[in-house]
Design a protein around this ligand. Structure first.
Ligand code: UGA
Length: 446
């Protein structure tokens, strides 16, 4: 059955959710306070790089099922199902999450809701937020008790956002067990097609649903930092972390995914989510339970410093006056997102130590320039590497994996490469006379 819904927030999460819900056959209105974003989406243009999303967006705009607006009045009029998909960034100077945007959706929407409605939160929030928001919503709305707020966390990965929304591993729904509401049946109607495919829907209380999301991201971050800690040990022991990851990964209880050592995790989710999780645990008296996440964070940040050191060693002990070519700026491939990107952070640190840095990323040059305007930006890998004393590969784009070492040999000053993602064929680079350094891999292959 077709459900009419509004989706508040049109970033990675909201825009993808809106387009995918229309793709499922629903009538969707995307809402954002940013008029420019709305104009771009309404014209069929996605304001960020996400494979597959533009096609779905355009198809559903054309069919009339998907529209965009900046008007909350229009949204309240149009739908009685509302999704909240705005951001919850890290608060400046603190670990805790900034809930301003989520609260502002509630505060603006509540007075406009006159009749029964269901509100689904999708944003990542500290445990306890949903309960509080539900009370706030009912208090501020003329519809009062006829409103129900449920939590339906999102697990999509950038780069696979469409696939993860339409074919998720699981769906989670937290409902307010103090109310005998309709949220579960509404959710089952909205997601009928996905549920029919056999995707499990776990229905639980609000707090558990909120925690599932933060726990999942904390586990993923821990897995990455675990392997990066092993990389440190491997470096000290002259062992190879890639082989180690392959070998432990064959154990199904461990699994090979998210065991890639490198410059560590970044992006708009993992780093801020583990910090907000620690902050919240402290507030509710469970801080000891999560002190290990501080170490997860430390290991992660240490990787960045380590790669800067490796670059310094490669150019003979001082970066002053050295030329460094950096391949990759996005926090991961198939994304133009540079929020807390290890690659860009490393580029910045190297420049601060007096080197001249040129960056090339297939999609993220523009976003990088906005944050780090003083770095040099190139239009190709070859251009970024021109005259370089050492090249650093910091995002594992396919384009870099496939790089032909000989195509760069004539342009660099020294044939030295640091593979910050262990994504290159080290034997091939070494065979062609390059000095190759990876993360947690043996310095000499023989
Ligand atoms: C992450 C989660 O994977 C999603 O499930 C979640 O929904 C999302 O956050 C969110 O909270 O919204 P995302 O930030 O898109 O998704 O990126 P990931 O694919 O998780 O990668 C995160 C970082 O870890 C990247 O910088 C990546 O390069 C790094 N990484 C990943 C490693 O360093 N090693 C690995 O083995 C895997």
């Amino acid at each position: 059955m077709t459900v009419r819904m509004a989706v508040f927030g049109t970033g990675y999460l909201g825009a993808t959710h809106a387009a995918c819900m229309a793709e499922l056959g629903h009538e969707v209105l995307g809402v954002d306070v940013d008029g420019e974003k709305i104009a771009s989406l309404a014209a069929g243009k996605v304001p960020f790089y996400e494979p597959g999303l533009p096609e779905i967006l355009q198809r559903n705009i054309k069919s009339g099922r998907l529209r965009f607006t900046t008007s909350y009045e229009e949204a309240a009029e149009f739908a009685d199902v509302h999704f909240i998909g705005v951001g919850t960034p890290q608060r400046k100077g603190e670990f805790a999450a900034d809930l301003t945007y989520v609260e502002s959706v509630i505060d603006t929407l509540a007075p406009l809701l006159k009749d029964a409605a269901t509100i689904f939160g999708k944003s990542t929030v500290p445990v306890g937020t949903a309960k509080r928001l539900g009370e706030r919503l009912r208090r501020k709305s003329p519809a009062g008790d006829a409103l129900e707020l449920a939590w339906n966390p999102e697990f999509l990965r950038e780069g696979y956002a469409v696939q993860d929304t339409l074919h998720p591993d699981r769906m989670v729904l937290g409902i307010d067990d103090t109310r005998s509401g309709v949220a579960e049946s509404v959710a089952r109607e909205i997601y009928a097609q996905i549920i029919d495919e056999g995707v499990p829907l776990l229905v639980t209380d609000l707090a558990t649903a909120e925690l599932v999301k933060t726990a999942a991201n904390a586990f993923l971050a821990t897995k990455i930092s675990f392997i990066n800690a092993m990389a440190e040990v491997c470096e000290a022991a002259d062992a190879d972390v890639t082989v180690l990851a392959d070998a432990i990964g064959y154990d199904a209880r461990i699994g090979r995914r998210f065991l890639n050592a490198g410059v560590g995790f970044g992006g708009g989710c993992l780093p801020k989510d583990i910090r907000a999780f620690m902050a919240r645990a402290g507030e509710i008296g469970a801080d000891e339970a999560l002190t290990f996440l501080r170490e997860v964070d430390n290991i992660n940040m240490r990787r960045r410093t380590r790669v800067v050191e490796m670059a310094r060693e490669a150019v003979g002990g001082s970066l002053l006056g050295a030329r460094i070519g950096i391949l990759g700026a996005a926090f991961k491939p198939d994304s133009d997102d540079v929020r807390d990107s290890p690659a860009l952070n490393i580029a910045g640190q190297i420049q601060l130590q007096g080197a001249s840095v040129t960056v090339y990323d297939p999609k993220a040059n523009e976003n990088s320039r906005a944050i780090f305007p003083t770095l040099g930006y190139a239009k190709s890998a070859e251009e970024a590497c021109a005259g370089a004393d050492v090249i650093l590969v910091l995002t594992e784009w396919d384009e870099f994996r496939k790089l032909e070492p000989s195509s760069l040999a004539h342009t660099v000053r020294q044939k030295k490469v640091i593979d910050g993602r262990n994504c290159l064929d080290s034997a091939r680079w070494r065979d062609l006379g390059w000095e190759y350094r990876g993360i947690g891999v043996r310095v000499h292959s023989d």
